[in-house]
Design a protein around this ligand. Structure first.
Ligand code: SF4
Length: 319
């Protein structure tokens, strides 16, 4: 399988005045193969969502590139770029409450992409909306209702139908289950898995629940303060983390299976994530790292492949 999407040193800063800026995403290089699911994990404030939004053009790029099937995408999208790329890339948002316009009917919300980005007439749009409502486990006659008439899980299904009705190849799922009850999370994950199989989707799955990411993803990428610190096969990263941050992140994340949970060491993550406005020199994790060395505060470790194991890690323990 070939590469579908690749970021090369993708960087996104936000100017906040007084010559200060938030270093939200810093030089992130990540390739995603066709039909692959890559889980992107990290604490809140690590830049995961900004990375996802920058990849699909909702934020412009401060520096670096995003290539899709080898074509370098614009640094800043114009309306015609959204028009052209909407059928290739879509995003499912975290909050099913705020991402749906409360004044639009379900039919208008789910069919909006087709209205904006296809030649379909209103009868055909209505037909496709009905099909997609059924595909995501809702009913065709829900079309005339409004978002407030649905539960959180149902609203996320609407968000999924809205994103997938254009049959994109690549979807960024930005914490698609974190606003849902635990009982509904598994249903939405299973639905995404089924649709992924049926449509041959490629997914960037952003989440902070590592056990869920391990369950759904082929590979896992760990982000800390805007940079990638570890990338590898999801199960291998989860059960044999190499970067000290991945270790503590996994140690502090409860495993839902009590048998697996009992066999895992528990490590609480210490200290606060530094401000992305004043990024410390050297390794960004140095102030919290249990294995910090002198060199860590002086030089920034690069993400490099490890010997004898299929893994990339940014840590001086391996250089
Ligand atoms: Fe810890 Fe140093 Fe590795 Fe950073 S580079 S994670 S401070 S050991």
């Amino acid at each position: 399988m070939g590469k579908l999407l690749e970021t090369n040193e993708l960087t996104r800063y936000f100017d906040i005045g007084r010559n200060q800026r938030v270093h939200a995403v810093e030089q992130v290089s990540l390739a995603i193969d066709e039909k692959e699911i890559v889980g992107l994990v990290g604490e809140s404030g690590s830049g995961k969502s900004t990375f996802g939004k920058t990849v699909v053009g909702l934020h412009h790029k401060t520096a670096g590139t995003v290539s899709y099937r080898g074509e370098q995408l614009p640094q800043k999208y114009e309306p015609r770029d959204f028009q052209r790329l909407a059928t290739k890339m879509q995003m499912i948002f975290q909050d099913p409450y705020s991402s749906l316009n409360p004044r639009m009917t379900v039919g208008e919300i789910v069919g909006e992409g087709l209205r904006l980005h296809s030649d379909a007439n209103s009868a055909s749009i209505k037909e496709q909306v009905a099909v997609w409502l059924t595909k995501v486990g809702l009913q065709a006659d829900h079309m005339s209702r409004y978002p407030h008439e649905f539960s959180g899980g149902q609203r996320q299904r609407l968000g999924i139908a809205r994103a997938l009705i254009l049959e994109p190849e690549f979807v960024v799922c930005d914490e698609p289950i974190s606003a849902l009850d635990v009982s509904v999370q598994a249903q939405v994950i299973n639905l995404l898995g089924e649709l992924k199989e049926r449509m041959g989707l490629t997914l960037l799955f952003i989440a902070h629940d590592l056990s869920m990411v391990r369950y759904v993803s082929d590979r896992m990428a760990v982000m800390y303060l805007g940079s990638l610190v570890e990338v590898g096969k999801a199960n291998e990263v989860y059960f044999d983390p190499k970067h000290p941050y991945t270790e503590v992140l996994i140690g502090s994340n409860p495993e839902p299976d009590p048998q697996v949970e009992r066999g895992r060491p528990s490590t609480a993550i210490q200290g606060e994530i530094p401000s992305p406005v004043n990024v410390p020199p050297g390794c960004r994790f140095a102030n919290r790292c249990p294995r910090v060395m002198d060199v860590c505060r002086q030089s920034t470790p690069e993400l490099i492949p490890l010997k004898d194991v299929d893994r990339h890690v940014a840590c001086h323990l391996y250089t």
